[in-house]
Write a protein of this length. Structure first.
Lengths: 229, 741
């Protein structure tokens, strides 16, 4: 399986994703430069975290217009696997590839810390092997991560089993206290209706290497590898 | 240049120069300078750029060491060999004055500036730290400063994408007007692939790259070289504005252009902008430059020559490129969508010739502008302050031991200087880069993986300003010792330091005495720990007209190396039943402690107990214990004393402890005194014998305190000091109580 990590100007988690796929998981991985139009035959595209184009307008608002995004959107519309992490999720939202939007955190501050996630469904490529009872310890690092959708969209997302993760406490209870940013219904990650595009604010790539003393995120990536190999 | 107006001594004084300095400039030029030239000298001879009032003493610091690849002052940052063909480039710098006026931009551009110092040498930053001092947290001004500074550091560092792995925050009313904002960065580079801040090769083109030049930050270096008064608001244009997105692009483009082999020399544009880079690079390379200022991309129209020369607009680099390789350089900056303009060329004149639309507007010799060249050097008068006699008259017997020591414990837990700083650090991205090994391993230092090797870096910033106020020489030696102790407790070997010397007005003999004494203490301790000084910066004039100088604060940023990253050691108690030992000696001492200062509200005290030789020996014992894997946790005793150290070790895994005090010393001193040279370790029961045997092979004092317990209670001499989760709940939320969610 060949992974491609898009590098926007201002991306800063691109190398972390490349390190994960290449060095930790031993997969083929290439960076995809934002000015290019070639996806280099990748099977799985990642939009990494960071501050694409500085995020001075609205997070992800400009990145979705960058040259490579035309190919990325075509790829996703044809059923190709696409995952947005943090800023990548914001770009997916701006591009309309996943339902909902990401607003400023309730406390109006950037928040970086470990949080816990409860996986909501195994009916997706990235959660197929994840234990639904386990509270995964995965860090967040964002200023605009409050998941928001209008009532109809929210209903659709729930009805179609599109919620992948919700914030929970360390025992797996989905509570108001465990919601770090004010996300509606504690939603931390969703997929599109066709279940080939995944967006999440937490950073599983920051919780997958033993050097970091937390490998709870590995379950997501192992799901991807096991499903395909 | 005849048509340009000549200057007078009054103008020189307005620009911050002394009359005798104006005379010296006339002598150097052989004529009266025009305004452009006078501005150049004023900024280059400002305290900030010339170190004119500090260099005499800075030269006495120990700089030699087997690992040193660049001596202090030679390059933009210190460069230290860490083995495996790699070097660590690191430095700390202050941005105090801008932050006092405009905390958000002041702090943000401090982060930007220190990172540019690292990547201008070719190193990729891997970790950042910061050391902050604020006034009384109850004041609205302090809250405004804290919020602005923390958001500024966060917004810049987070977008730039380098993790913040450590830091310190300290509140004291001496910082009410002047906060201290010290930012540190560390990067990794292959040995032999660094770039120097130099310029040579007649005809080589000189490029300016990155952001366009605006009117921000003009005379910023001069501004940083005077006291803060009510008129300081007029200096607002001296504060620069940061753009971390440009900085991120500049980082990637800069490292790429260095790899291309086209670069002769490079320096970032920091204090004093283009003129500083031009003169320092030219002086070092023993060449000159001809610069056409009208070719500099500007943000505003009709900028004057001196404005372009002195602008401190951020995110800019000056690069001297090998002639014929222009296309390579321009393609790289085009790829990253950054400005890249040739503004002149290298000459053999050793002078800097500035032209505007073909007219010569300034002609100055490079060498005479710079530190180590013609910049003035002053020996300042210094005198021990009268307050030292009062400090030294302190006797513990005059302080009555409180009846209720649990109340003291509660007071300390609730004090902003002791309580958790998570309100601050949760706003910093501490994990980007996936190299921070201490996110999930609480440790006395930040430990950063050196990918592809067995090694890791250990980083810490330390200075207890109160100790330095109490006794500058001892207090500064303690700052070095504490930094080394933190590195050692984390499993590393102390290697080198960078320093950020924050003091008041150097023209006041008592203030200068604090500075001189601190340098002596630093020399003594750095020599003992074999941690040479690789550079840093001096920030004088941290004082206001009405409140006097800040607590003297020589912040120590220390680099350590873990040759094997598996020796990383954490502070948390692991298992009930493990024995708790104190390494080092309890003392009947409460001097300069947080307890004495805030509980008893005493403000005259000597530095806490400190014995440099014993401290060093204790570090060797800790290193041995870690190497032999005889300890389950290691945590140094620092602010708040032994009680706080025990609580911090207990709070991570929901455990408690039961200990007995030493009845030969006062119990308040035992629990809350801040005598130096002490470390708390926990030892598995089955290893106790080997532990005791190891400790008996050296002279270092140690004593059994008690045990780690399953119950999450803190029990001292059979008295409960509270349950850890409840106390932690308080400890975690103290700053939120003052600053809001």
């Amino acid at each position: 399986m060949k992974f491609g990590v898009v590098v926007f100007p201002g991306s800063n988690c691109d190398q972390d994703a490349i390190n994960l796929f290449g060095n930790v998981l031993g997969q083929k991985v290439v960076p995809l430069w934002h000015k290019d139009h070639d996806l280099q035959g990748c099977d799985f595209i990642v939009l990494p975290g960071g501050f694409s184009y500085g995020d001075y307008l609205r997070s992800g608002a400009i990145a979705r217009f960058s040259p490579i995004m035309k190919e990325v959107i075509d790829f996703a519309n044809k059923g190709g696997y696409l995952m947005g992490i943090c800023n990548g999720f914001q770009v997916l939202g701006e591009a309309g590839l996943v339902p909902g939007a990401l607003l400023h955190n309730d406390n109006r501050k950037f928040i970086c810390k470990n949080v816990y996630l409860k996986t909501q469904t195994q009916n997706s490529l990235i959660t197929a092997q994840v234990d639904l009872d386990k509270a995964l310890k995965i860090p967040i690092a964002h200023g605009e991560g409050k998941y928001y959708a209008d009532a109809d969209t929210l209903k659709m997302v729930n009805d179609n089993d599109q919620v992948l993760f919700r914030y929970c406490d360390e025992n797996g209870n989905i509570t108001a206290e465990s919601n770090p940013n004010g996300s509606l219904e504690n939603i931390a990650g969703v997929c599109n209706k066709n279940r080939n595009v995944f967006g999440m604010m937490p950073h599983p790539e920051r919780a997958s290497d033993s050097i970091l003393a937390n490998q709870d995120g590995l379950a997501l990536f192992e799901s991807i590898l096991q499903a395909v190999l | 240049m005849e048509h340009l107006e000549l200057t007078t001594v009054e103008t020189a004084k307005d620009l911050g120069l002394l009359p005798e300095e104006f005379e010296k400039i006339k002598e150097i030029l052989g004529r009266t300078p025009n305004f452009n030239e006078l501005s150049i000298f004023a900024v280059m001879w400002s305290e900030h750029c010339s170190y004119k009032n500090s260099i005499v003493w800075l030269k006495t610091l120990p700089k030699e060491g087997a690992r040193m690849l660049a001596k202090a002052g030679e390059e933009n940052a210190g460069l230290v060999d860490i083995g495996d063909g790699l070097a660590c480039c690191f430095k700390i710098e202050s941005h105090n004055h801008p932050s006092a006026l405009e905390p958000y931009q002041g702090a943000a551009t401090g982060v930007g500036g220190i990172n540019r110092d690292i990547f201008t040498m070719g190193a990729r930053p891997v970790a950042q730290l910061n050391s902050l001092r604020f006034g009384d947290i109850n004041l609205d001004r302090t809250k405004w400063l804290v919020k602005g500074v923390v958001k500024g550091i966060g917004d810049y560092g987070n977008a730039f994408g380098i993790p913040t792995v450590g830091g310190e925050v300290f509140f004291d009313e001496s910082f009410n007007v002047n906060p201290l904002v010290n930012a540190m960065s560390a990067g990794i580079v292959k040995v032999g692939e660094t770039v120097s801040a130099t310029s040579y090769g007649v005809g080589n083109p000189v490029y300016i790259v990155g952001s366009a030049t605006g009117k921000d930050g003009i005379h910023g270096a001069a501004f940083a070289s005077k006291d803060i008064t009510e008129d300081s608001v007029n200096d607002l244009p001296s504060v620069q504005v940061g753009d971390p997105f440009q900085e991120k692009l500049l980082l990637e483009a800069t490292l790429e252009v260095i790899q291309s082999g086209a670069v002769v020399g490079m320096q970032d544009m920091g204090a004093a902008g283009i003129i500083c880079s031009n003169s320092e690079m030219s002086a070092k390379g023993e060449h000159g430059m001809r610069i056409d200022l009208d070719k500099v991309p500007t943000r505003q129209e009709n900028m004057k020559p001196w404005e372009i020369l002195l602008s401190e607009s951020q995110e800019r680099m000056l690069i001297v490129v090998e002639k014929g390789k222009e296309a390579i350089v321009e393609a790289i900056f085009d790829k990253w969508d950054l400005n890249c303009a040739i503004i002149g060329e290298v000459t053999d004149t050793k002078r800097l010739h500035y032209y505007m639309h073909g007219t010569l507007v300034a002609d100055v010799p490079a060498e005479d502008l710079v530190l180590g060249g013609g910049a003035p050097v002053y020996h300042r008068e210094y005198r021990e302050p009268a307050y030292m006699a009062e400090h030294n008259a302190f006797k513990i017997e005059d302080i009555k031991q409180p009846e209720n020591l649990k109340e003291v414990a509660d007071h300390l837990i609730s004090h902003p200087n002791i309580a958790s700083k998570r309100w601050v650090y949760n706003q910093y991205d501490s994990m980007v880069g996936t190299l921070n090994m201490t996110t999930n391993r609480p440790s006395d230092a930040g430990v950063v993986d050196v990918r592809g090797t067995d090694k890791a870096l250990a980083l810490t910033v330390d200075c207890n300003s109160r100790y330095v106020y109490a006794n500058p020489e001892e207090g500064c030696a303690i700052a070095v010792a504490e930094a080394a102790r933190n590195i050692v407790c984390a499993g590393g070997e102390p290697v080198a330091i960078t320093n950020c010397l924050n003091f008041g007005n150097p023209y006041i003999p008592e203030v200068y005495w604090q500075f001189v004494s601190a340098i002596k203490g630093m020399s003594k301790a750095c020599t003992k720990f074999e941690t040479p000084v690789t550079g840093g910066n001096v920030s004088f004039y941290n004082q206001s007209s009405d409140e006097g100088p800040v607590f003297p604060t020589p912040t120590i940023g220390m680099l350590g190396v873990l040759d094997n990253k598996k020796t990383l050691t954490t502070i948390d108690f692991k298992n009930a039943g493990d024995a708790i030992y104190l390494i080092g000696e309890s003392q009947n001492d409460i001097a300069a402690s947080q307890y004495l200062a805030s509980y008893h509200k005493v403000d005259k005290y000597p530095a806490p107990y400190f014995n440099l030789d014993k401290e060093y020996d204790m570090h060797q014992a800790i290193k041995g214990l870690i190497k032999e894997e005889l300890v389950a946790s290691v945590h140094d005793v620092a602010d708040g004393g032994l009680f706080i150290a025990l609580f911090e070790s207990a709070m991570h895994n929901g455990l408690g402890f039961e200990i007995e005090s030493d009845d030969t010393i006062r119990k308040d001193a035992f629990l809350f005194g801040e005598a130096q040279g002490r470390v708390v370790v926990s030892v598995k029961p089955e290893q106790q014998e080997a532990f005791v045997e190891f400790m008996s092979t050296n002279e270092v004092e140690f004593s059994l305190l008690g045990t780690v317990t399953e119950s999450n209670e803190m029990i001292i001499d059979e008295e409960s000091f509270g349950k850890v989760p409840a106390v932690k709940q308080v400890y975690d939320n103290v700053l939120h109580g003052y600053l809001g969610e």
